[in-house]
Design a binder for this molecule. Structure first.
Ligand code: ZN
Length: 363
């Protein structure tokens, strides 16, 4: 006698609006179902591993049977298939929960020594309301159990319950409770969440990109100084085709770099009269439009402003406030450091200001 791990992979994924069945969508570089399957194989806890799927799956030492119309039909198929196969307990798992851990499997297995039904749960982190007819009632969050899988049962007992069941059930725990059977509930694992919608997957599959930007402009008399999109009182301003805002230029280059979209010079050629005397914040907006339109979001921006004067500590808050508003991101995602150069070179002589920026984006 031994235990069987049953992986349910036949669902139609109605809440998952994609042509491809959810179980076969790529999550962390492999099909979703493979994650928990491999955990089960590597655990060496099972005499048999069974996948219920309507697709062809080839996996060494894993048996595949066809699924049914609903989840409970699929489970029923698996239980029928296991008849006379000397199975003591079954672990029934949803393939949409890829982060099954060995620790949880072992804890469940342990409890099966003393119980015929063991189900993992977690507490709800959200407040929960219950709708009945025209009224919405509060539920005590501490008394709400959110059940997870694998749900584990004595094979014979579950088989018999299924045999007489007519109701449509969403998990095996419901079947046990409907029949007033005792379940041992154990604390599950928060990471063992279920991927339900394509948005869940997009979020989980998001990638991080980094970009770097650098700029330097000469300081000249009779020009206003713009830094980070705001005017700063100073004896000189930055020479350039535009307002010479080194911070915004370096930010633009960093963002373009992270999005792998060339550089600021390609976007705004300095030989074009169209962009003469352009305010740099107007150069930033098409970049942000591209960023938002392509599902990028800014994780953080780190800025080194390199100059003797103006003193960065005096203008830091003003600059960060302006950048936060221009970039539409929280102030705490922007860091600005001031750097002097020991009076060396033209920056040391207060004849130029330079800036370097590193940014991180998610897509
Ligand atoms: Zn520039």
């Amino acid at each position: 006698m031994g235990d069987c791990f049953i992986l349910l992979s036949a669902g139609k994924s109605k809440r998952f609006k994609s042509k491809l069945n959810k179980q076969f969508i790529t999550y962390k570089n492999k099909p979703l179902f493979e994650h928990s399957l491999e955990t089960a194989i590597d655990s060496n806890l099972f005499r048999k591993i069974l996948i219920v799927s309507n697709k062809k799956i080839n996996y060494k030492n894993v048996e595949v049977i066809k699924g049914g119309k609903e989840r409970h039909n699929s489970t029923q198929n698996a239980l029928n298939y296991l008849k006379n196969k000397k199975i003591k307990n079954v672990f029934i798992h949803d393939s949409a929960r890829p982060n099954l851990s060995l620790n949880l499997l072992k804890r469940l297995k342990n409890q099966l020594n003393k119980n015929s039904a063991v189900v993992p749960y977690i507490y709800s982190e959200n407040s929960v309301k219950y709708k009945s007819k025209n009224k919405i009632n509060n539920l005590d969050r501490d008394k709400i159990l959110l059940t997870q899988t694998p749900q584990c049962f004595n094979y014979r007992e579950l088989f018999n319950l299924y045999k007489t069941n007519k109701a449509k059930i969403t998990d095996e725990a419901s079947l046990y409770l409907n029949n007033n059977k005792k379940i041992k509930f154990i604390l599950g694992d928060k990471k063992n969440f279920k991927i339900t919608t394509i948005d869940d997957l997009k979020y989980l599959n998001s990638q991080i990109y980094y970009g770097i930007g650098f700029d330097v402009h000469r300081l000249i008399k009779n020009k206003k100084l713009y830094l980070g999109g705001v005017k700063i009182p100073f004896h000189s301003g930055l020479k350039g085709h535009s307002d010479g805002d080194v911070i915004l230029h370096a930010i633009i280059d960093a963002l373009l770099g992270a999005m792998r979209k060339s550089d600021i010079g390609t976007l705004f050629p300095s030989n074009s009269t169209k962009f003469k005397n352009i305010r740099s914040k107007n150069m930033l907006s098409p970049v942000l439009k591209f960023l938002n339109g392509n599902n990028f979001s800014i994780n953080n921006i780190d800025i080194n402003l390199i100059c003797e004067k103006p003193k960065v500590s005096k203008i830091r808050n003003k600059l960060i406030k302006s950048l936060s508003s221009l970039l539409s991101i929280n102030k705490n995602l922007i860091n600005l450091k001031g750097k002097t150069v020991e009076k060396l070179g033209i920056i040391g002589k207060e004849q130029a200001i330079a800036c370097e920026v590193v940014c991180s984006l998610s897509k």
